[in-house]
Design a protein around this ligand. Structure first.
Ligand code: MG
Length: 384
């Protein structure tokens, strides 16, 4: 299954509403669409993304394009598409790091292999462990409390029963009180998670954990800095009611080993992009499962292309606790596929067709392709 071509396209897709992170908010999300073609004419598609821009993981979609076009593609073209892990080893020798870029290439290779074999991606990853549908936690934007409550009520009506608040945009005390106020206005049953993206110091986190536990918040994701594993371990020891989830602290399998060795988390948000691909994200899941650490399906605000890949990954993880937060297609004003991934009553259906199981709409890719003269940065404003 010789790979004959590997090409990339930058696109900017508008979001339905502004989505707020710690320091800024976005009104469009950028993606890098990777296309590989085999000697038999099979096309595989992958998607590179850096959620909300390079602030989260350091990589940008623009950087991913350069590293793939100029360096990684030479390790892909001419390679055997049935030997994906071997190709990934070659890519590691061509460029250190660049996990999101490598994940985008690997996704395209898996899509092509699945299509060639007539097998859905989760079968190639070891088969489905999860049910056919997985529950989805709904993320609420950091900024406007009134709009967030309205949105939560609407989504609760559709069947969503778990909500995640992005924190860190204002001072911790107002932030925590604001969440408490919103929680009171959201119908039950519902579970709540917060994610300050590492914005707190240790002492603030200890104070916040007690406050949040009293508000029935069940999960706090990445309360403190990603490198502070001993601080994370302290929080795990002190917190009985609230689960401490690692996101930024655990990207790769090596990070997962370090985190479980220092007991730095109760759970991990597993993501394909930050891990450097599906195969490595599966390794993160295996390390967690062997260590009694829970796994949750994290998002990078993917279109239906990346969401399908992440859904297959979630399905194949040895354990998945609490489902996922794969809401990308629902936050976007448009999609890049003929028929988007399917949501039903707050659950995401694992695609069943070969490869990723979604058909790319190339007219949409052209429509949202970044113009050569555009100076778009994906709608990212200056930090507040
Ligand atoms: Mg997070």
């Amino acid at each position: 299954m010789r790979i004959m071509d590997c090409s990339t396209t930058l696109v900017d897709v508008p979001t339905r509403r502004p989505h707020g992170f710690v320091d800024h908010q976005i009104s469009e999300q950028s993606y890098l669409i990777v296309k590989v073609e085999t000697e038999d004419g099979i096309v595989g598609v992958g998607e590179g993304v850096s959620p909300g821009g390079p602030w989260w993981g350091g990589e940008s979609v623009e950087g991913q394009k350069v590293i793939i076009d100029r360096y990684l593609s030479q390790g892909v073209v001419g390679g055997d598409g049935a030997r994906i892990r071997q190709i990934m080893n070659v890519l590691d020798r061509l460029a250190y790091g660049n996990h999101f870029a490598k994940a985008a290439v690997e996704m395209a290779l898996y899509d092509a292999l699945g299509k060639a074999l007539g097998a859905p991606l989760h079968v190639l990853l070891g088969g489905r462990v999860s049910e056919e549908r997985i529950s989805v936690r709904w993320p609420l934007s950091s900024r406007d409390s009134e709009a967030a409550v309205e949105e939560a009520n609407e989504r609760h009506g559709e069947g969503f029963r778990a909500f995640k608040f992005k924190l860190g945009a204002v001072d911790p005390e107002s932030d925590v009180r604001r969440v408490g106020g919103m929680i009171e206005q959201i119908p039950r049953p519902a579970m709540f998670q917060v994610d300050p993206n590492g914005a707190w110091d240790r002492r603030t986190a200890m104070w916040a954990l007690e406050e949040l536990a009293a508000m029935a918040v069940e999960v706090v994701e990445q309360p403190i800095a990603r490198r502070d594993l001993s601080g994370m371990a302290d929080l795990v020891r002190r917190s009985t009611a609230v689960e401490i989830m690692a996101d930024e602290s655990v990207c790769t399998p090596a990070d997962a080993l370090a985190a479980v060795a220092s007991r730095a988390c109760d759970s991990v948000a597993v993501k394909n992009g930050k891990a450097g691909g599906l195969d490595r994200a599966l390794s993160v899941g295996s390390i967690c499962a062997l260590s009694g650490v829970r796994c949750f399906g994290g998002t990078a605000l993917e279109t239906s292309i990346g969401t399908a890949a992440a859904a297959h990954l979630c399905a194949a993880l040895p354990r998945l606790d609490g489902g996922c937060e794969l809401v990308g297609p629902l936050l976007l004003a448009d999609d890049l596929v003929v028929e988007g991934v399917e949501y039903q009553a707050g659950q995401l259906t694992i695609p069943q067709r070969p490869g990723l199981g979604v058909e790319v709409d190339w007219d949409k890719v052209s429509k949202y392709q970044r113009r050569q003269d555009a100076h778009s940065n994906g709608g990212i404003g200056k930090p507040a």
